[in-house]
Design a protein around this ligand. Structure first.
Ligand SMILES: [Zn+2]
Ligand SMILES: [Zn+2]
Length: 159
């Protein structure tokens, strides 16, 4: 990891953001929902601490997509940048493809590979799971510690 700021943005480039710290983890999900939602073969979920995500320019539009989930899109072009759930008050799930540097969001796990498009060949050195995965046994210890520390800082009764 270099000292370069981690930045990203939407398709029309009006919405730009910075991550003040590296993401906790990125997984690629090959489930049907992620295929439909992304319009491509898989979704990339880059989990970050909410306090690390800073909007530098542009305007976000919030859209509630389920009782607990809100997605945040560029108000100009509609690119979805991230999603938040009331179940996980410390984190956002950034769409991995919005981050400029692909190395920052290289998936640490591929999940729901039983739905994977058959032409897609995955790297053997990255964990693969037929369905969902247990982040407690898959994420690096350091990422789990950062997540735990953030949760501890939350006011009790939150969410
Ligand atoms: Zn845009
Ligand atoms: Zn999925």
């Amino acid at each position: 990891m270099t000292d370069e700021p981690i930045v990203g943005g939407c398709q029309c480039e009006s919405l730009r953001f910075e991550l003040k710290a590296p993401p906790l983890f990125t997984h690629a999900c090959h489930c049907l929902n992620c295929q439909r939602r992304s319009g491509t073969a898989f979704g990339m979920s880059t989990i970050v601490l909410r306090r690390d995500l800073i909007v530098l320019s542009g305007e976000l539009m919030a859209k509630q997509t389920s009782p607990r989930t809100t997605i945040y899109q560029c108000a100009s072009c509609g690119t979805t940048i991230y999603a938040g759930s009331t179940r996980f008050p410390s984190t956002y799930v950034v769409r991995g493809g919005t981050v400029d540097d692909a190395n920052v969001v290289a998936p640490g796990a591929h999940i729901w590979i039983k739905r994977k498009h058959p032409w897609l060949v995955l790297p053997n050195d990255v964990p693969q799971f037929d369905e969902d995965y247990d982040l407690r046994t898959t994420w690096p210890r350091e990422a789990l510690d950062r997540l735990r520390a953030a949760n501890d800082a939350l006011p009790s009764g939150h969410g």
